[in-house]
Write a protein that binds this ligand. Structure first.
Ligand SMILES: N[C@@H](CCC(=O)N[C@@H](CS)C(=O)NCC(=O)O)C(=O)O
Length: 212
């Protein structure tokens, strides 16, 4: 069978999640750099988003679906718990990250810095300021939750951690979110643990222009 191919930009948090899933599962993969809405992406994702995946005749889009395929099609440690409660808790946290946390941390806050749409490319301060109260609430939630457990959904690494890690990676380095990160000791301790795994180290993205 052909090598599994993840297609997307290495700086994308969702692309990194798919790569982490491959490494945690022990699945060899290649990462083919591609931007959203490029032809190789559009042919697989109906809305041109990254990552997309090819494995032999199987093509898939949407990170959670790609990760489910990686988890179920290969031998290796489970990325989702196989018991009902553990699986549901993991799904719950993936959903919270994807539908509430990513839209604020990445789509609102990070994009206001890096893809502000301002003519001079300057950060969109209004968008940033509007995100900050929501970000504070989310950091407080994560800090409470991660204070009770080793990993986001339980006491072992799961896909929930793979979805959150790439977002926190960027939160550590941007000015306002770095302050929130420093004031969240349980988030910081969790981040140090997950980023030290081979999947965290091997998928570290290139720094954003002007940032670590
Ligand atoms: N629901 C998608 C979201 C993926 C996503 O938003 N990827 C971003 C890059 S991090 C993207 O392709 N953005 C371009 C766009 O939304 O048009 C998934 O889980 O894979």
């Amino acid at each position: 069978m052909a090598t599994l191919e993840i297609i997307g930009a290495p700086r994308s948090n969702f692309v990194r999640t798919a790569c982490i899933a491959c490494i945690e599962k022990g699945v060899p993969y290649t990462l083919t750099p591609a931007r959203p809405h490029s032809p190789e992406v559009d042919v697989i994702h109906p809305f041109g988003k990254i990552p997309v995946m090819r494995h032999g005749g199987v093509t898939l889009c949407e990170t959670k679906a790609i990760c489910a395929y990686i988890d179920l099609a290969f031998d290796g440690p489970p990325l989702m718990p196989r018991d009902a409660v553990g699986a549901a808790r993991t799904e719950q946290w993936i959903s919270l990250v994807n539908t509430s946390i990513d839209p604020v941390f990445a789509r609102q806050y990070l994009l206001a810095y890096f893809f502000s749409g301002q003519p001079d490319g300057a950060p969109d301060r209004a968008r940033i300021e509007a995100a900050l109260p929501k970000m504070r609430e989310m950091f407080a939630l994560l800090d409470r939750e991660l204070g009770n457990r080793v990993d986001l959904a339980g006491d072992a690494f799961t896909l929930a951690d793979a979805f959150l890690l790439p977002l926190i990676h960027y939160m550590r380095v941007m000015p306002e979110s770095a302050e929130m990160f420093s004031a969240s000791p349980s988030v910081a301790a969790w981040f140090d643990r997950v980023v030290a795994r081979p999947s965290g180290k091997e998928t570290e993205p290139p720094p954003m222009p002007g940032r670590g």
